[in-house]
Design a protein around this ligand. Structure first.
Ligand code: AN0
Ligand code: CP
Length: 344
């Protein structure tokens, strides 16, 4: 595996889940694979989970790890070609990338969307420059439009929790609902894009998960206020239900996330908040909505703002998966790095 951006990069999901289980059973099984290999993790944005879990994953595989916080001590980088560099940016990414590539074997990139120029963001300009100029395999640690390490960890979490969900009707697929929730800041669409992309791919496999001793598939539903429609490239033919309570009915998993306007149905509003969050606080996930689910589990990628996205009661309940979900980031990253090491 030379790149990791989209679900297709991982290939067969059943196989990927089996590899995740193998790593979970013994996370040091491939501790010789990365000997004398170096992972460089480049952060243009803040992180807690991605930084720690990816570093741990590389160490599980016996790799050396270098972490670079671009905004804390490196030269400020210009990312656009053609500009006269008379601002505070001392170095161009087009020199910095091959230099970084010369010190490592695999590169991870965290570079969020700017949320002003949709075309620039959705072309994955920064990530693709790393692919083109580093000469190394590159994986996304949340780029402008995707966060595949998160989505893979989410799939692992759902797969291992699904067998414990109560069965309402035998043969019924596991119902997974992704809900928009309020937030005071403009956030990227990377997490919901990837979660949708991965759930759509998972729902195409009729027998990916286990429940009640038999194999079952996924029914995926997205709910959000009008205007927050995600890019069809990621949501495909997924069902969108604008009535949040209706979407939650019978759900086995609730996946909450805020995102700013993706600019699909209103291109001039790309990256913006469409309506003051004070008017949309009934979208905050609370016991009121959870009551109509099938004893639904609550998921969020974290960091989460309590009592904006989700109430204290729901995130602290026995049905909250946020901590095991974050722990599975080490597993998803170990599988991805293992695959990349095997392709060197
Ligand atoms: C980021 C986002 O929404 O994309 C990172 C989530 C993993 N969240 C914030 O900036 C709060
Ligand atoms: N979920 C996630 O990627 O968290 P961080 O932003 O803390 O890495």
């Amino acid at each position: 595996m030379k790149t990791f951006l989209n679900v297709q990069d991982l290939g067969d999901l059943k196989q990927a889940l089996a590899e995740a289980q193998e790593i979970k059973n013994d996370r040091y099984k491939y501790c010789q694979l990365g000997k004398n290999k170096t992972a460089l993790l480049v952060f243009f944005n803040n992180s807690l989970r991605t930084r720690l879990s990816t570093q741990k994953a590389a160490q599980n595989l016996g790799m050396n790890v270098i972490v670079l916080d671009v905004n804390a001590g490196a030269w400020k980088l210009e990312t656009e070609r053609g500009v006269i560099m008379d601002s505070d940016k001392s170095e161009h990414l087009l020199e910095a990338i091959p230099v970084m590539g010369s010190y490592c074997d695999i590169i991870g990139i965290r570079s969020f969307a700017g949320l002003t120029d949709r075309e620039y963001d959705y072309a994955e300009t920064v990530y693709n420059q790393f692919v083109k100029y580093s000469g190394r395999p590159v994986f996304a640690m949340e780029t402008a439009t995707v966060h595949p390490l998160q989505a893979f960890a989410d799939l692992i979490t759902i797969a291992e929790t699904a067998p414990q969900q109560p069965v309402r009707q035998p043969g019924k697929p596991i119902k997974v609902v992704m809900t928009w929730a309020p937030h005071p800041k403009c956030l990227p669409q990377a997490v919901p894009n990837s979660f949708a992309e991965w759930m759509v791919a998972a729902s195409k496999e009729a027998s990916l998960l286990q429940r009640d001793g038999s194999e079952t598939g996924i029914e995926f539903v997205i709910t959000h206020p009008k205007g927050y429609e995600l890019d069809p490239k990621f949501v495909g033919d997924a069902r969108v239900e604008y009535d949040q309570m209706k979407a939650f009915e019978g759900a086995d998993f609730i996946y909450a996330k805020n995102w700013s306007c993706p600019g699909v149905t209103c291109p001039d509003k790309y990256g913006q908040i469409l309506e003051d969050y004070h008017n949309l606080l009934d979208w905050t996930v609370s016991e009121r909505q959870m009551a109509v689910t099938n004893d639904g589990k609550f998921m969020h990628c974290l960091p989460v703002r309590r009592n904006m996205i989700v109430t204290d009661d729901v995130i602290e309940s026995a049905n909250s998966l946020v901590i095991p979900e974050a722990a599975n980031r080490e597993i998803s990253a170990t599988v991805v790095l293992k695959r990349m090491l095997l392709s060197l």
